[in-house]
Structure formats: C-alpha cells, structure tokens
Design a protein around this ligand. Structure first.
Ligand code: OFO
Length: 170
C-alpha cells in the first residue's frame, strides 16, 4: 500500500505529464501556424508520448492501492520567438521533468517504497533520452543559424519521426 505522501507526489507528477502533453500540443499549433509542418508533426507525437507517460502514472497509482486525483492543468504558453526558441523551451522543460523524477525517486528511497522506486526507473531512463533528443535538435538549430534551406531540411527531418510508446526514448 502506497503512503499518502507518495500518492500525492505521484499525482502531482501525473498532472505535470499531462501539462507536458498540453505544452507540446501548444508548440504543435505554433509550428503549424508558422508553416513548419514537420516540427508540428514531431510535437504532436511528443504530446501523445507525454499522454502515455501520464497514463503510466495513472495505472500505477491505482495498482498500488492509491487514488488518482485529477487537478487542473495549467494553461501553456502559445507563442515563441522562433522555432529554435520553442525547442530550447522544450529542452528546459525536460530538464525540469528530470529534476521532478529525481525528487520522486529520492522520496521513494526515503520511504523504503521499493515498488515505486522500481516503477520510476523507467522514467529515469526515459529522461536521459528525452533530454538528449531535445538537446540534439537545439544543437542542429545552432549549426544551421539563419540558413532558410537548413531550417527547411530540419523541418523535413523532424517530420519523419515515428512513435514507439512502450520503450524509453519513444
Ligand atoms: Fe518528456 O517526459 Fe514525460 O516523463
């Protein structure tokens, strides 16, 4: 049986994963409005992936005898200065999520809650991939600079993304 403290912390993370999905969907609309079709597609898949992350918390909380409490989801930002700026924000957001997952793991260890600690290991691995992927895209933007053809090529490349939800780095 999960402690009330751990249950509350996991519910909070469930909400953050839903917010992540909302944020990336908002970035998708920003990209669509600016004719970056590939980046919009990439962000739509990212939003789907975050929804899957939230549902893994949902299922786990229920499975260990807790109760899912859904809270309000914050309104995400809707405009960015540039495509690069949106991906920089995505990277910053993933770093924030990594910090949250690490804090949750610290709590699970402090509470000697081995099942939650094991559950969180999937997210620890996933965050390594999430940060690496976002960082790789930011670095590509930096290499490309102001080149319109470079940004066009990057948009095409990001549009080829496919999702494989069950493995970290999906
Ligand atoms: Fe983008 O990460 Fe969820 O967990």
């Amino acid at each position: 049986m999960i402690s009330k403290k751990m249950e509350a912390a996991l519910n909070k993370q469930l909400n953050r994963e839903l917010f992540s999905s909302y944020l990336y969907l908002s970035m998708a609309t920003y990209f669509e409005n600016n004719n970056f079709v590939g980046m919009a597609q990439w962000m739509k898949l990212q939003a789907e992936e975050e929804h899957i992350h939230s549902m893994k918390f949902f299922d786990f909380i229920q499975k260990v005898g807790g109760r899912v409490i859904l809270e309000q989801i914050d309104k995400p930002q809707s405009e960015w200065d540039s495509a690069q700026n949106a991906f920089e924000d995505a990277l910053g957001h993933e770093e924030f999520i990594t910090k949250n997952i690490n804090e949750l793991t610290d709590l699970a260890i402090a509470e000697r809650d081995h099942s939650t600690k094991t559950f969180l290991q999937w997210y620890i691995d996933e965050q390594v991939e999430e940060e690496a992927t976002a960082n790789e895209i930011v670095q590509k933007f930096k290499l490309i600079g102001e080149s319109k053809s470079g940004i066009y090529m990057l948009d095409r490349e990001l549009g080829t993304r496919v999702i494989t939800p069950e493995t970290p780095s999906a």
